[in-house]
Structure formats: C-alpha cells, structure tokens
Design a protein around this ligand. Structure first.
Ligand code: CTP
Length: 438
C-alpha cells in the first residue's frame, strides 16, 4: 500500500551503468519537488557513484542488501510503501532480472514487492539494447504493465554513438510527475467510487503510458501505421536518409493495440523494440514502404502515415560501390527523381469506404506564412482527414520523448496537444480518429 500522508514516496533504484552520474541530478529534481526519495543502488552502481552521494542528496539511508536492518524487513516494506519505483539507469542485467523475477539484492526484491507503477529507464550500449534477449525482456515487462522508457540516441560512453543513452534527467522527471499524477487521480477516482467503464482494461500497452486505463474503442478495427524514416539507396552501401526515430509511430501502434485494434506497423529502418501484439512489417525505401502500406490498407479502417518519407530518390542507384575519382576538385552530381506521394495517393483513392487517413507534417513558419498556414495548405493538398502538425526548428529535435502538436481536421477543427509524452499524444490522435470512424 502506498503512502497515505501528503508526501509521496519514491524508490529510486540505480543499477550499475556509467549513466548513474546523471541520476544524481534526477534525484535533486525529485527531492526539490517535495518527494521523499529512498535511493536503492545495486552493488555495481556503487562502483560509479558512492553511497555518501546518494545519502547526502536524498537525506535518507542508503543500502543495497536485504541483510541491513533486517528487523524492519526493508525488502518488503520499501516496495509496499512506495507510490512509484523508478530505476535509472536500468542496465540490460537489471531488465533481465526484473523480467524474470530474480531477486538477489534489495532493489530486485523491491521490484517484486511493489504494487505501484514501476518506471524503468534503460541505458546501455546500442548492441545490448538491440539484442534479442533485451528486446524480449522489455516486451515482457511492458506486457505486464511496467513502464519502460525508450533510451535516447546520441553519444554513449567513449567515442561511439547510437540508441541506448539515458534520457535527460528533466525528461525522466517529467515522466515521474506524470505517473505520480496518474496514480493520484486514479486513487481519487477509486475513493469517489466512480464506476469504471466496463470495456476498459488495465492493459500492458499501457506499455507506452504506464498503467493508463484505455477504452477498447478500436476493437474490431484494422489500423495501419507507418513509422521511421526511409532510406533511398545510392549504391549497395550508401543511402539518403533522415533522422526520424520512429518513436511517435511506434507509440501510435502500441496505443492502438491497447485500445483493441488489430495493428499493422510498417516500420522503416527503426531499431525500436516491436510493440507487443502488433504485426510489424520492416521496410527500407519509400517504394518498399508504399507497397507495404498500400497492401495493408486494402482492408484497413484507418491509415496513419507517421513515417518520414523521402520526397526524392537517386534516379539510378549504382549496382556496385561507387569509387571516388582521383581529381580532388571534381564534383559528384547525383540525379534524384520524385517518389510517389503515398499519403495523397491513399487519400484520393481509398480502398475502403469510410477509411480514415491521417498524415503528419513537420513545419516551420517563414515570411510566406505561419506553421499553421503551411499545415492547412498541406492538409488540403494531401486530401487526408486529419493532419498532425509538429513545429520543427530551433531546439525541437528528432528523437525526443515528448511532443507538442496541433491536430488539424479537414472539417476545419484545430486542437493543440502537449507538450506530452508520445503515448498521450497518440491517445489524443486515436480519440480524434474514433469520432471520425463513427
Ligand atoms: N508523405 C508520403 N509520401 C511522400 C512524402 C510524404 O506519404 N513521398 C507523407 C508523410 O508520411 C506525412 C505527410 O506526407 O504523413 C507529410 O510529409 P511531409 O514531408 O511534410 O510532406 P511533403 O509533401 O514532403 O511536403 P514538403 O514539401 O513540405 O516537404
């Protein structure tokens, strides 16, 4: 049972990764916001940041072992009294232990006794994150309702870069606040004895959004989502690509499945773990993405084009690896040809009557118009029912965990959403889709 006093109890688990140093700032943000935080490091975590740091910053006792203060039965009490358990960084080893219920220290015992929301924040090298074992462990944890954040992409330890970086402390803190707010409003609803929607479930997909309650309003619907960024081959080893992480599309697929839909996710070059219960079709280029989306759209009720599709592709990709010439001043000219506009094609020629088509647009304002002016024109040009508009530019990077969008409807509606995590944005998009399906 979580705390009944006004102060909220958070267990902050720290497992043995170099990113542990960043978690000292997270702890600071938590305690300054009034949370009572008990830090539970693993033995390995203490190799990176020592117990005195955690103890001084939290103002609480720090232990790693179930054998300290045995009379207080801490391995049971900590989990029972927590309103939220957060583990940051969560290493591949910690994810594996959590997925399989191993409990060989205070932190892993706490994970088994906690009945509150659990947030795991993975950080590791890309190879470890992408390993089939880690992906399966994450899928299993999410299926059970554990909230697993996506790691960020960027500089890792040493000189390498890739997916696996710990998200910034303020992003983790935003997630902590959201989960605590969710449990508070859930508890308040329980206390008020409000009748729950009989069709609602506590779904694992939630996955994308902790323990959020979702109505099964997409049951019986087939939903197609494209995600990621296409790669247009120049030769067998090179391509023209973009920075799309695929996160928003994956969150859409996951939340649609949680609302009861049969989901086909056409994923272009994304390394994100496959959402549970979703049929994933991996593709590379825009032409491959078009084929896969058009095939899946034949019996779909909804198609969402969240992928960043290249507008052009090299006219004639080289069959063997291109060699540079000896002339240092020579310029290489590559001829590009237009790719088909899949969204416009789908909108104009719907394979099923009543099919709802949703597009995405990343826009900047300029001297000819605002972001929304350009987006309205794009909505009309593409002919879709709904356009999810993202303002890009200064400080609004790809691959972030949060999103601020405006949902523009072909009916003239305009709904701002966020800043919010991508699962919440997805739910708002599905709400708008469901009203159009009716
Ligand atoms: N899109 C598509 N096929 C393409 C290009 C884009 O289906 N060849 C879809 C994207 O998936 C997205 C929407 O169209 O849902 C808007 O993408 P965007 O790149 O903003 O549109 P463009 O038509 O390329 O517009 P711009 O000229 O502003 O780049």
């Amino acid at each position: 049972m979580a705390s009944t006093d006004a102060v909220r109890n958070v267990v902050l688990g720290v497992s043995g990764g170099i990113a542990a140093y960043k978690v000292a700032s997270l702890l600071r943000l938590m305690t300054e916001s009034g949370l009572r935080v008990r830090v539970v490091p693993t033995e390995a975590a203490l190799q990176f940041v020592g117990a005195p740091t955690w103890s001084a910053l939290s103002g609480q006792k720090v232990s790693t072992s179930v054998w300290d203060d045995v009379h207080e039965v801490p391995h049971v009490r900590l989990g029972q009294n927590a309103d939220l358990v957060v583990v940051a960084p969560a290493t591949a080893d910690l994810l594996a232990k959590a997925a399989h219920g191993l409990a060989d220290d205070l932190l892993t015992n706490t994970l088994l006794t906690a009945r509150c929301p659990v947030l795991l924040v993975p950080a590791m090298h890309t190879e470890m994150w992408e390993h089939a074992a880690t992906a399966a462990n994450v899928a299993l944890l999410r299926e059970r309702g554990t909230h697993v954040m996506e790691p960020a992409s960027g500089r890792l330890t040493g000189a390498d870069t890739g997916a696996g970086r710990l998200p910034e402390p303020d992003e983790i803190f935003a997630e902590v606040q959201r989960l605590l707010a969710d449990t508070q409003s859930h508890n308040a609803k329980q206390d008020d004895n409000v009748d729950a929607d009989p069709h609602a479930t506590w779904s694992g997909a939630a996955a994308a959004s902790g323990t959020k309650r979702r109505t099964q309003d997409l049951t019986g619907r087939h939903v197609v989502v494209s995600a990621g960024g296409t790669r247009e081959p120049l030769d067998p080893v090179r391509f023209l690509g973009n920075h799309s992480s695929g996160r928003q599309g994956f969150a859409l697929a996951e939340t649609a499945a949680a609302r009861g839909a049969r989901v086909t996710l056409v994923a272009a070059n994304s390394h994100l773990p496959h959402p549970p219960g979703v049929d994933v079709v991996p593709v590379g280029s825009a032409l491959e993405l078009r084929d896969a989306v058009l095939a899946a759209a034949k019996d779909a009720d909804v198609v969402v084009m969240a992928a960043a599709v290249a507008d052009y592709r090299p006219a004639t990709p080289a069959e063997s690896k291109m060699k540079k010439s000896e002339d240092a001043d020579e310029r290489l000219v590559i001829q590009l040809v237009r790719n088909p506009d899949i969204l416009a094609e789908l909108s104009a020629d719907r394979p099923r009557p009543g099919q709802v088509v949703v597009g995405f647009a990343a826009e900047t304002g300029d001297e000819t118009g605002t972001v929304l002016d350009h987006a309205r024109a794009k909505l009309a040009r593409k002919g879709c029912d709904l356009l999810v508009v993202n303002e890009v530019g200064e400080g609004k990077a790809f691959g972030t965990l949060h999103n601020t969008v405006v949902l523009l409807g072909a009916d003239g509606s305009e709904r701002p959403v966020g800043p919010a995590d991508k699962a919440t944005v997805s739910d708002e998009i599905w709400d708008a889709v469901v009203t159009r399906l009716q």
